[in-house]
Design a protein around this ligand. Structure first.
Ligand SMILES: [Zn+2]
Length: 203
């Protein structure tokens, strides 16, 4: 069943991994969280496990995703941040109830509000976990746009992608959102171009 869905592209930065769930925005866009269940899967592998997700919550998640994308793109281009997108990011950030907790091994985990509530009140509030998870993602986006973390926001050099990504390389000269996909494709295109025109047009 899972094989029917596009795979995730997971990066090391939560907010831009999340915006990467829609890829090739300027080409044949690939939606990697097409169903509520796939959003649950993505949250689980991203350290924000929730039990369930509704269509409405998936809608909130996609709205946040596109808002982060818009804000990060503007920030990377040194342009004014779009006010409506900033509002969405702020709303999601302030409306969650996640808490960072430290493990005995010194690792940070996120405890979503519903996980605590569920012990007392089984039922109704159970599905609020998605909002809590989105708050963590929104706060991560705020961190990187506001320059609170070491790195540089940049836009992928692939013309069909143009994803905003967070470059933490030492030289800050990364060109592609992902070496295995966009970077590789670019390399192949250059290789074919160098092979000579006799081969005919290249896709
Ligand atoms: Zn890219």
């Amino acid at each position: 069943m899972c094989a029917a869905f596009p795979e995730f592209r997971l990066g090391t930065v939560l907010a831009t991994s999340f915006t990467g769930t829609l890829s090739e925005r300027h080409g044949d866009a690939v939606e990697r969280i097409p169903t509520p269940g796939r959003l649950v899967d993505w949250l689980v592998v991203s350290g924000l496990a929730v039990d369930s997700c509704t269509e409405a919550q998936l809608g909130l998640a996609r709205e946040l995703r596109e808002s982060i994308h818009a804000v990060a793109t503007a920030a990377a281009a040194r342009e004014a941040l779009p006010a409506s997108a900033v509002q969405v990011v702020n709303d999601r950030s302030t409306q969650g109830r996640a808490a960072a907790v430290l493990t005995p091994e010194g690792q940070r985990l996120w405890r979503l509000g519903s996980a605590a509530r569920r012990k007392d009140t089984l039922g109704m509030e159970d599905t609020l976990g998605v909002e809590d998870a989105l708050a963590v993602i929104a706060a991560d986006a705020i961190d990187i746009v506001a320059g609170e973390r070491d790195g540089r926001l940049a836009l992928c050099a692939s013309p069909t992608c143009r994803a905003a990504f967070f470059d933490t390389s030492r030289s800050r000269t990364r060109k592609w959102c992902d070496m295995n996909t966009c970077g590789n494709r670019q390399k192949k295109a250059r290789f074919h171009a160098n092979e000579g025109r006799a081969a005919g047009p290249v896709e």
